[in-house]
Design a protein around this ligand. Structure first.
Ligand code: SF4
Length: 360
């Protein structure tokens, strides 16, 4: 079936590939596009920029060089390798998929699109990227960058957040996909990342300028059409940095939901005042030597924004350390606590970036 996109995309492959060969950035997963590297890098690159991913990728590959090593990694070690990248479910899905690949495919990442798509954390874009870049198959890989480029090239009035638009653009690209599909897909992404930028298209340096409808019609910065996103929910929270005997209290988050199973500093819903903090300490059986307000911080997730205030609570070193035995404190408002030195906080436990402002 012919796609609904009507512009002659069929002319873009040649100039685009020529530009890509001259301009492509050297990246470890590009210089050595083995399936495992392509897969791990594509998962890291979801929601994260190339420059931020580079050191994480090298560290990850050094620690977990193949699918079997990833399938066998301890959860805390995995979270430590991912610490700071955010969207931790990506790492958990990588491990789940690695276990499945080990069991069902003998540790070899499958080639076929549908098998790739059935792996945890792998959507149409990632499956297309692995199939084309690592295995040379003529399958499009359409991410946000590519949707923007196609929308502009074709001056499409369609909303790129709609699935129907994504499918239609995917079909249009499948029809014109050249033999070196992996290079073509990467070139489209690269053009979107370096030239056809979201806020300002650099048409003067674009190899496709003479073919681009948005450029011809002066619409480059009006496109693509996107429906307004839902506003983020704002949550205020109060973070407690509780210190005693040179150690700091941390607690493990629930196994499900936001930042699942990661470590955090104890924190409470709402912005608490000094009196409330003192009352909480009393209820929890803690005797603070000092309670000091810390700076405010903010962390933005996809759908939620945390507005944080913090309190540094120093407990008397004479008192016994509050252990994991929460029952010792009756109905304590605090979760079971684990104590860690500042070195352990940075080297052993994975504390999400959301709490970084309160790291001792
Ligand atoms: S000519 Fe401009 S708008 Fe068109 S693809 Fe190139 S950079 Fe994007």
């Amino acid at each position: 079936m012919k796609s609904a996109v009507s512009t002659p995309l069929d002319k873009i492959a040649k100039p685009l590939l020529k530009w890509f060969r001259a301009r492509a950035r050297s990246l470890p997963w590009r210089d050595d596009p083995r399936p495992y590297y392509v897969w791990v890098s594509e998962i890291m690159l979801q929601q994260t920029r190339v420059t931020a991913v580079l050191p994480y990728f090298s560290r990850f590959i050094a620690a977990l060089p193949d699918v079997r090593a990833l399938a066998a990694v301890d959860d805390d070690a995995l979270m430590k390798l991912w610490e700071g990248l955010g969207y931790y479910s990506r790492a958990r899905n990588l491990k789940k998929a690695a276990a499945l690949i080990t069991e069902q495919y003998g540790g070899k990442i499958p080639r076929d699109f549908d098998s790739l798509l059935s792996l945890p954390g792998v959507g149409r874009y990632t499956a297309g990227a692995i199939a084309s870049i690592a295995y040379g198959q003529r399958i499009p890989a359409v991410d946000g960058n590519v949707l923007r480029v196609v929308s502009r090239l074709t001056a499409s009035p369609d909303d790129i957040l709609r699935d129907a638009t994504k499918r239609s653009m995917e079909n249009a690209l499948a029809e014109i996909m050249p033999k070196d599909a992996g290079q073509f897909n990467q070139a489209m992404m690269e053009l979107g990342a370096l030239v056809c930028l979201p806020r300002a298209a650099h048409c003067e340096e674009c190899p496709l300028a003479s073919l681009c409808r948005a450029h011809a019609e002066g619409l480059e910065n009006e496109l693509p059409v996107k429906t307004a996103k839902k506003e983020r929910r704002i949550e205020t929270r109060t973070v407690l940095l509780i210190e005693q005997h040179g150690k700091f209290a941390i607690a493990k988050r629930p196994k499900r939901g936001l930042l699942a199973a990661l470590w955090e500093f104890p924190n409470l819903s709402g912005e608490k005042k000094r009196g409330e903090i003192l009352a909480l300490c009393k209820n929890a059986g803690l005797s603070p030597k000092s309670v000091r307000r810390m700076k405010a911080a903010r962390h933005i997730f996809t759908h939620i924004e945390w507005q944080l205030t913090g309190w540094h609570i120093r407990l008397s070193d004479d008192a016994e350390q509050v252990g994991e035995a929460r029952s010792a404190y009756g109905n304590s408002p605090l979760p079971p606590l684990t104590w860690a030195t500042s070195r352990e906080l940075s080297e052993t436990y994975s504390i999400p970036t959301a709490f970084k402002a309160y790291m001792p």
